[in-house]
Design a protein around this ligand. Sequence first.
Ligand code: PEP
Ligand code: MN
Length: 254
Amino acid sequence: MKTKEKIIIAGPCAAESREQVINCAKELKKRGIKIMRASLWKPRTKPGFEGVGIKGISWLAEITKIGITVATEILVPNQLIQLIKGIGKKGNLNKILPWIGSRNQNHIIQREIAQIVVDLMPKSTKLLIKNQAWSDERHWLGIVDHVLGSGISKKRIILCHRGFSPNGQNNPLNLRNIPDFEMAQRVKITAGIKMLIDPSHIGGTVPNVLKVMKMAIEHNFDGMMIEVHPTPLEAKSDAKQQLTFKELDKLLKI
Ligand code: PEP
Ligand code: MN
């Protein structure tokens, strides 16, 4: 995927330490990647590491000062309020990209998060939205409609396909989530909104992430969101699927 023509978002599943995220931001900068993912709050299937929370806001502020945009998941509206306040003068609010994840399926909360983007963030701020965990095209399009209820324009939204829960489906590659590339393309066209692919949460393991990327390249995605970590095996979440920077270079050549 050509970094210049597509939206590339790369970075760790979660922000874990200042050193980890700053190191990652510098590695991305070397490669001309302009957006880094790093979540402060993590939704988890079972209780465990739920992110560093507000402690990490100053790290993100520092990254925005390096000139990199930071994409970070917002679970509840108050987290976005805290992030906006915390970035304040220390960072550049123009370089924050909030996102609504797959497990956040309360439309009131989805719309409130979008409302904060409209009311309190710069006009250039975009909102990233991942599909819900189960396969349902109407629901996916419904999320877009609920969010548009905030008055946000379509141009400010970016969608991302992270696959659907396998739930007993035929799954020969043993993927973590099953992609539906055709549905993603239909949603992109029906909604009239850009669509990224997230091979990390579809693949679930490094070899699968590379395989999924090869499959996705045939489809008309506008970019990708990919997990990379300086030392993936030590990652506090999603350790099996995070690429090293060397593996990222291999993926960028696909
Ligand atoms: C993530 O991107 O780390 C994440 C939690 O993804 P999803 O919402 O797709 O499960
Ligand atoms: Mn993850």
